[in-house]
Design a protein around this ligand. Structure first.
Ligand SMILES: [Zn+2]
Length: 380
């Protein structure tokens, strides 16, 4: 009997050809660092071959004028940028090869979708994907091309229904708006409260429109939300919604900018809370799971978080050492107090913890009251 197909790993050394610039928080080096740690831990890392997304494939969602401008600027960067398309100094710089970078990571996400939907892989992981802020004709939040939207649209075109779960600390706005009026995609986003963080959307009241009413779910979380608060929200909302919606595929964006010490946000997750969510998600999604990366601006947290995620996806968590390999620590000058791969159970109760817990309870109750009846979900 043939062995069961294995989860697919998408990675390319080509990523390191690109650079957002020395002042930019998104360091593409984080991907190489994570890939290295995955290897040092003895996890599978034979990468599936894939091609960059073609212009035609990108046009399946994106505006052609926007794509042509991005292509042109990519070859001949202007320092002034192109503000109508959200391009320019700041969040979305026009660096050499920005179009190729975007097409490459989008190609990896499309390949991940194909490997799961057409080749029977139980899961596929593209750590470079999850560019959830990009809009059809506008770059936003470090994202130029929305690979999550592209892969979901591809699945929809095959008549499938998709659940999109966004764990990034920022609201998954680009994906929410792309499917705001359809009941064929259920989007769920857990994120830091929009009053305190980019992109300023993701309020409880954003529920979807027309046929899509009820099919956009938002759980805004206050600063200082920790593992316990986060796990409780996840457990009370995500499994009942997955069960009720019964999607053909789950696409999850696994941003790790929720972690304690992330320089761009204020939640206090550790590998304990994150790992818990990935494990639960695996139970719910295995066999139909497309896993994308996302934000994460503390490089060490990115390497640790996604190494843990990949270990869980592969069922090889037992291989993970508690401490980061010495060679890795030397090469990346890891400070002595950050030598652990898996966080110890610790209390990270910041000053807003009480409010965070209270608001999270209210958010969960709001979702149970307003979304569960529409979707036919029952509280866990
Ligand atoms: Zn983010």
């Amino acid at each position: 009997m043939a062995p069961p197909p294995l989860p697919a790993y998408l990675y390319s050394p080509e990523y390191q050809r690109f650079d957002y610039g020395p002042q930019h928080p998104l360091r593409i080096a984080r991907l190489a660092m994570c890939h290295e740690l995955i290897g040092l831990c003895g996890l599978p890392q034979a990468a599936e071959p894939f091609a960059p997304a073609s212009l035609e494939e990108l046009k399946e969602y994106h505006d052609r004028h926007y794509l042509h401008t991005l292509q042109e600027l990519s070859a001949h960067p202007l320092t002034g940028g192109y503000l109508a398309f959200g391009l320019g100094p700041g969040d979305n710089p026009v660096f050499p090869g920005v179009y190729e970078w975007s097409a490459l990571l989008a190609g990896a996400s499309l390949a991940a979708g194909r490997l799961v939907a057409q080749e029977g892989r139980p899961a596929a992981f593209n750590m470079a994907g999850g560019m959830h802020h990009a809009l059809a004709a506008r770059a936003a939040g470090f994202c130029y091309v929305n690979d999550a939207v592209l892969v979901i649209r591809r699945l929809l075109s095959r008549g499938r229904r998709v659940l999109y779960l966004d764990l990034d600390v920022h609201h998954g706005d680009g994906v929410q708006w792309a499917f705001y009026e359809t009941d064929q995609v259920l989007t769920i986003s857990l994120h830091q409260h929009p009053a305190t963080l980019f992109p300023g959307t993701g309020y409880l009241e954003e529920m979807g429109r027309e046929a899509g009413r009820g099919y956009a779910v938002n759980l805004p979380l206050w600063s200082d939300t920790d593992d316990d608060i986060y796990m409780d929200c996840f457990d009370r909302v995500v499994p009942p919604l997955v069960e009720a919606f019964a999607p053909d595929y789950i696409v999850s964006q696994m941003g790790v900018d929720t972690f304690f010490l992330d320089p761009l946000a204020n939640l206090n997750l550790t590998t304990r809370g994150f790992g818990h969510c990935v494990r639960r998600l695996k139970e719910l999604a295995m066999g139909r799971w497309i896993v994308l990366g996302g934000g994460g601006y503390d490089l060490l947290n990115v390497a640790r978080g996604w190494t843990l995620a990949w270990a869980i996806i592969c069922g090889q968590e037992a291989r993970l050492p508690a401490e980061l390999p010495a060679e890795f620590c030397r090469r990346h000058r890891v400070p002595a107090d950050r030598g652990r791969l898996l966080d110890e159970d610790q209390q990270l109760r910041g000053r807003f913890w009480d409010r965070a817990r209270r608001d999270a309870q209210e958010a969960v109750e709001h979702v149970q009251r307003h979304h569960f009846p529409i979707l036919g979900a029952r509280p866990a």
